[in-house]
Ligand binder design. Structure first.
Ligand SMILES: Cc1cc2nc3c(=O)[nH]c(=O)nc-3n(C[C@H](O)[C@H](O)[C@H](O)COP(=O)(O)OP(=O)(O)OC[C@H]3O[C@@H](n4cnc5c(N)ncnc54)[C@H](O)[C@@H]3O)c2cc1C
Length: 507
């Protein structure tokens, strides 16, 4: 008899799972998505354009408070088949081997670097190095996701100035940032082709996959909650066109992302007891770790106004290159990034600015999710607590000082001058400390809100197969599972989790 699996959320992880789990006729798979589904030739411009993010047209409209002293800022999350992979910047970067070995150290032996590397290779077709005799050993040449790097000729003037400025300052050249142990400056590995974003839906939900008899995709269908018989998940309650109904399942997989998977768990009666009581939901199982820890990469930026004749344009891609290094405060590889931003819109300026953004890849602090209501339309309270940890503040100041150095190189000076924050503030540590707290924001990589861990790990909400503690037949497979944030943008890591988990679940 076929096992009926319901996957909630057709985002990065959900698309991978839907493809891999429906590859066997032993299973029937229903993929449920709150946002719309588009035929490949009907994709709207914001989803096609891999040169910049789509922030509003296909978004959940969430806001978060970066830290205690700040106002709330938008926290974009894709709401469409493809999820956040359909709206993102297309940076396709793996973490460092030690990031995944640290997961294994938490009792997750199945998630060490060697095993994760196999899945990173399986998911990609690296068009630059997939069949390279030397670098090819780190890469795949036949996976669903195409990855390539901009050539030097394709870089916009600001990206070129940044790369050359970094070289002048002594940062080493890095042609392939996905090769383990590399650092320095070079092109980003990216999943876009001729400017078109290749989302997880493009790569994993291809027409032949969609044509499978045992896969149904239900777009514009909001999942309210998981249904249980005692502690065993038996299906989900959904709403489509105002009508509420039930979909039965032998197994339910939540792939609704790091904000919405814990949100659905809470509405279903699985979460911290006191919060369940607070929102008036009957408890199915207490799971104190859900939403307790929200991980992200804090970021900040220096903005510059391009000079006339500098060749900068609002049509340039937002990000094409990166400089990865270890901050002077850490012995971890690549705990800090600098990335040049081209064509950055700024309030009150008709011309787009350029920028150098910094990101902390191994922050010490973490945030939290809180829930004030059980209504399917009530947003969670997202407190990110970015840079509240003194070590993170120090690292951010250190990184901004490095970014300031790059802006002062002749290559960058020729193109643009700093407009904000003022240079004197960047040079005064006390001022900078105040400023950095006010300007830092999310790197748009929320994760770790339903963390996996070894069987005896009190910090874990799930086991290494994404099985939610306290209940049966309910898994989480998405960014929520990440137990420690890798030193890289997390999209490839989420896809890798989808790939590995589909094998673990099928097994
Ligand atoms: C603007 C932006 C830029 C980014 N840039 C990059 C980048 O360049 N590189 C990188 O590595 N990472 C980037 N990220 C992060 C990366 O895209 C995400 O971490 C990753 O896609 C998360 O995958 P996921 O499967 O966990 O969740 P998602 O991809 O967000 O998928 C969750 C899916 O579940 C659906 N869903 C949620 N709740 C429900 C419900 N109740 N009912 C039905 N469906 C539901 C959502 O609509 C969504 O489709 C970016 C993110 C954003 C938003």
């Amino acid at each position: 008899m076929q096992e009926k699996v319901v996957i909630v959320g057709a985002g990065s992880a959900g698309c991978v799972l839907a493809n891999r789990l429906s590859a066997s006729s032993e299973r029937s798979v229903v993929l449920v998505e709150a946002g719309p589904d588009y035929a490949p030739d009907e994709l709207p411009h914001d989803l096609l354009d891999g040169g910049r993010n789509s922030f509003t047209q296909h978004d959940w409209g969430y806001r978060h408070r970066p830290n205690a002293g700040q106002m709330k800022f938008p926290l974009p999350r894709g709401r469409v088949v493809g999820g956040s992979s359909a709206v993102n910047t297309c940076i396709a970067l793996r973490g460092q081997p030690e990031d995944y070995d640290a997961w294994a150290d938490r009792g997750l032996e199945e998630w060490d670097w060697e095993r994760c590397l196999e899945a990173f290779k399986r998911l990609e077709t690296d068009l630059d190095y997939g069949d390279d005799p030397e670098r090819g050993r780190w890469h795949g040449d036949s996976g669903p996701l195409p990855i390539r790097r901009h050539t030097e000729e394709e870089l916009s003037p600001w990206q070129t100035a940044f790369v050359e400025g970094c070289r002048r300052l002594g940062y080493e050249d890095c042609p392939d940032s996905n090769e383990p142990g590399t650092r320095g400056v070079g092109p980003h590995a990216m999943n876009k082709l001729d400017g078109r974003r290749i989302s997880a839906a493009d790569a994993w939900l291809t027409p032949p996959v969609r044509a499978r008899d045992n896969l149904s995709i239900l777009p514009e269908t909001l999942v309210h909650r998981v249904l249980f018989d005692k502690r065993k998940a038996t299906g989900i309650e959904v709403e489509h066109n105002g009508e509420v109904r039930t979909i039965e399942a032998d197994r339910v997989i939540l792939s609704a992302g790091a904000i919405n998977s814990p949100r659905i768990l809470m509405r279903s009666g699985v979460g911290p007891s006191r919060q369940l009581e607070h929102i008036g939901v009957e408890q199915v199982a207490a799971n104190e770790q859900i939403g307790a820890r929200l991980l992200d990469h804090p970021g900040a930026a220096i903005f510059l106004l391009p000079k006339f004749g500098s060749g900068t344009s609002r049509n340039h891609d937002l990000i094409q290159s990166v400089c990865r290094f270890s901050s002077s405060l850490s012995d971890l590889d690549n705990d800090v990034f600098m990335q040049p931003g081209a064509a950055v819109p700024i309030p009150r300026f008709s011309l787009p600015a350029v920028s150098i953004m910094i990101a902390l890849n191994k922050p010490h602090g973490s945030g939290e999710l809180k829930f004030e209501s059980a209504s399917p339309t009530a947003d969670p309270v997202i407190e990110s607590h970015l840079l509240e940890h003194p070590k993170d503040r120090e690292a951010a100041m250190d990184a901004l000082e490095r970014a300031l150095e790059v802006t002062q190189t002749p290559e960058c000076q020729e193109l643009a001058r700093i407009i904000w924050p003022p240079v004197w503030e960047l040079r005064d540590r006390d001022q900078l400390e105040q400023r950095v707290l006010k300007v830092c924001d999310s790197g748009y990589h929320p994760c770790g809100t339903v963390p996996m861990g070894g069987d005896d790990d009190p910090r874990a909400a799930c086991d290494g197969h994404g099985r939610v503690h306290g209940v049966e037949k309910l898994h989480v497979v998405d960014a929520s599972l990440i137990p420690e944030i890798p030193a890289a943008n997390i999209h490839l890591t989420v896809l890798m989790i989808g790939e590995r988990m589909s094998r673990l679940l099928a097994g």
